[in-house]
Design a protein around this ligand. Structure first.
Ligand SMILES: [Zn+2]
Length: 140
């Protein structure tokens, strides 16, 4: 099957499936293709933008892959730092962070998980914290 973008003489654009390009040519010559909007049979293929990957794009793709890799390494370093210096409170993060915020005597570094709603609620209460992307240690 092949999909063509078609255009009628009234500039209506629509898509249609054909079993192959030959079928399209046959139907087109016999004027058997109808515009789905106005019913005219004066149809032509509209020009499709071909997907071509130039060398330059390949290179920039490689570069951005490297950048992503570098970013991942940085995030991994951050993760290792957090794991070493912060206490993991897991899902209790919203509760723990409130304890610390409202009970000023407590002062410890914690990290954990919070849902989007919990994050929003904490922000509404004026509690400052940072969310960081948590990267996996193993590549997958
Ligand atoms: Zn039309």
């Amino acid at each position: 099957m092949i999909k063509y973008n078609l255009k009628c003489k009234n500039n209506h654009e629509f898509e249609s499936w054909f079993s192959d390009s030959i079928e399209f040519e046959k139907l087109s010559i016999k004027k058997m293709i109808e515009c789905t909007f106005c019913g005219t049979r004066l149809i032509k293929k509209s020009i499709m933008s071909p997907s071509v990957l130039t060398n330059e794009e390949k290179i920039s793709k490689k570069k951005s892959l490297k950048k992503i890799q570098k970013m991942k390494e940085d995030l991994l370093k951050m993760r290792n730092f957090v794991e070493k210096n912060f206490e993991n409170v897991g899902k209790d993060f919203p509760r723990e962070v409130r304890n610390i915020y409202y009970d000023k005597r407590k002062n410890k570094n914690i990290y954990g998980h919070a849902t989007d709603e919990e994050t929003e609620a904490l922000k509404d209460e004026g509690i400052e914290f940072t969310t960081i992307p948590w990267v996996n240690k193993r590549d997958n």
